[in-house]
Design a protein around this ligand. Structure first.
Ligand SMILES: *[C@@H]1O[C@H](CO)[C@@H](O)[C@H](O)[C@H]1NC(C)=O
Ligand SMILES: *[C@@H]1O[C@H](CO)[C@@H](O)[C@H](O)[C@H]1NC(C)=O
Ligand SMILES: *[C@@H]1O[C@H](CO)[C@@H](O)[C@H](O)[C@H]1NC(C)=O
Length: 172
């Protein structure tokens, strides 16, 4: 028993040093990843994925409205292209002068090589044109992620928006 106890003590004493490599503390390699996929937001009809849930006007987008969505993430702009996950988040109409948005989204991968991982972004979507948002973190393969996204609407109709998202990531 005493022998086991002292072995245990030696292991405890060695533990802090065994996680460092011979030359000192192990340095993690930062990886650069570029991913592109498509966000399919359905704003009306039986398969709606995006809803105005609070605010001064629940039928059109005005200052103060809060939108919640659970949109499909697909490999391509075609609505029948492969589903790779969901984009779950909120948009807040946060400008009194135009329809620009304060946006927070979790991208949740459910298929393929990123299955089980997430990426979180936060930022501003201007009323028109390209949006650049900040990657504020991630989980799984994207732990400690930082970077930015560039997104553009590639197809807009009265029922849906299809948005191309380019992710530029640094992560471990
Ligand atoms: C809604 O989704 C169902 C199941 O995927 C599909 O069969 C139907 O065609 C869709 N309806 C519309 C209007 O897109
Ligand atoms: C994705 O991951 C979940 C949880 O780990 C697993 O149950 C599921 O089978 C995976 N799906 C694919 C398509 O790999
Ligand atoms: C936009 O989507 C509609 C319906 O899916 C399709 O008919 C049209 O060709 C698309 N337009 C572009 C520019 O992709």
């Amino acid at each position: 028993m005493a022998m086991l106890d002292s072995l245990y003590l030696i292991c405890l004493l060695l533990l802090p040093f065994s996680s460092a490599s011979a030359g000192g503390i192990r340095k993690l390699e930062e990886k650069q990843t570029h991913i592109k996929f498509y966000f399919h937001e359905i704003i009306s009809g039986p398969n709606e994925t995006s809803f105005i849930v609070a605010g001064p006007d629940l039928t059109s987008h005005v200052f103060g409205d809060i939108v919640i969505f659970d949109n499909a993430l697909r490999e391509g702009p075609d609505p029948s292209s492969k589903l790779i996950g969901r984009a779950q988040g909120t948009s807040i109409l946060a400008s009194q002068s135009d329809s620009s948005i304060l946006s927070a989204i979790n991208f949740v991968f459910t298929q393929g090589r990123y299955n089980g991982s997430t990426i979180t972004i936060f930022g501003r979507v201007p009323a028109s044109g390209t949006a650049e948002r900040t990657v504020i973190g991630g989980s799984g393969l994207f732990r400690m992620a930082r970077g930015y996204t560039i997104s553009n609407v590639v197809n807009a109709s009265s029922d849906s928006y299809i948005i191309e998202f380019n992710f530029h990531l640094l992560h471990y």
